[in-house]
Write a protein that binds this ligand. Structure first.
Ligand SMILES: [Zn+2]
Ligand SMILES: [Zn+2]
Length: 301
């Protein structure tokens, strides 16, 4: 999201890192030096009422904490809260699977609002890296039938290869929804943070269905929803923002068991020296799915 990144200029990017613990604080007992670790970029206090309710991502501490300076650095300091409340060893994972702990955690948070095993037909709207990861997560969680809605042909093909039963362009989906008697989907997970796409999603879910907003629309931008229509059809709109310690641990379990094997989404790998190139390629979209930046481990002390 360009508008979101623009606010971050001047900071070290990278919020999905894994790395080796080179030095461990004295109160940290669950990670040992030399182990491959996951460290969440935000971490909650575990004591406030947000945390008690499972809303860790709304804990004031969660918002305040950050990795220092960020994932795209040779060395990262992990603050106390992050180290104690949302970091753990992932020594039994290949690093290329390990980098998916955080993004898969975000997928799992989206599914907290859904019961894919009870709903027979879901739509994944937008098949970029997160959409395709949502697809893999849905399958691991017992989703029955999944449709991928995506304008790009290559990405539709990829969605089919990853287990979607149908892949449609947005136009094809719209045409289907206009047909009388068309059985709409039970739920839709909307990747793009765009008002027009969100509106389309509300039209393609059935009465009693759920639309999960996986990404924000730009700050201040309005989405013209017909709330009366959503009321009578009892369509639920639910945002799924980031993830907390409950989801990262569950993500780790799914990755460790092999229920989700998202490293197949990695389309490009770059050394740290070419990090700019990595971001440029990631922005291209289309055949680019997940881009990984690899660090030279020889440089560790
Ligand atoms: Zn808290
Ligand atoms: Zn992420």
């Amino acid at each position: 999201m360009e508008w979101y990144l623009a606010k971050k200029v001047g900071t070290v990017l990278g919020h999905e890192p894994v790395g080796v613990a080179v030095q461990v604080g004295r109160n940290v007992r669950h990670v040992r030096e030399g182990e491959l670790v996951f460290a969440h970029h935000h971490a909650p206090c575990m004591q406030c009422r947000y945390c008690a309710a499972g809303d860790h991502v709304h804990c004031p501490t969660w918002r305040r904490t950050k990795l220092d300076p960020g994932g795209m650095a040779e060395f990262i300091r992990v603050p106390k809260e992050n180290a104690l409340h949302d970091s753990f060893a992932i020594d039994d994972l290949d690093p290329e699977r390990g980098i998916f702990v955080e993004p898969l955690g975000c997928s799992l948070r989206a599914f907290r609002h859904l019961r894919p095993e009870r709903m027979s037909l879901g739509a994944i709207i937008g098949c970029g890296p997160m959409g395709l990861l949502n697809l893999l997560a849905a399958r691991a969680l017992g989703a029955q039938e999944l449709w991928a809605i995506e304008p790009d042909e290559d990405r539709r093909a990829m969605a089919l290869a990853l287990g979607a039963q149908r892949a449609l362009t947005p136009d094809q989906m719209r045409a289907l929804c206009d047909q009388p008697g068309f059985e709409r989907v039970d739920y839709a997970i909307v990747g793009p943070g765009r008002p027009d796409v969100i509106l389309e999603a509300t039209r393609c879910v059935r009465s009693g269905g759920v639309v999960v907003l996986f990404a924000p629309t730009p700050t201040g931008e309005r989405t013209p929803l017909d709330l009366g229509d959503l009321y009578f059809r009892e369509v639920t709109l639910t945002p799924a923002y980031s993830c907390g310690p409950l989801e990262t641990r569950r993500a780790y379990e799914l990755l460790r068991s092999g229920a989700v094997q998202p490293e197949q989404l990695i389309s490009h790998r770059f050394p740290l020296e070419e990090v700019q190139c990595a971001y440029d390629v990631a922005k291209q979209g289309r055949k680019t799915i997940k881009v990984v930046v690899r660090f030279d481990q020889e440089k560790a002390p």
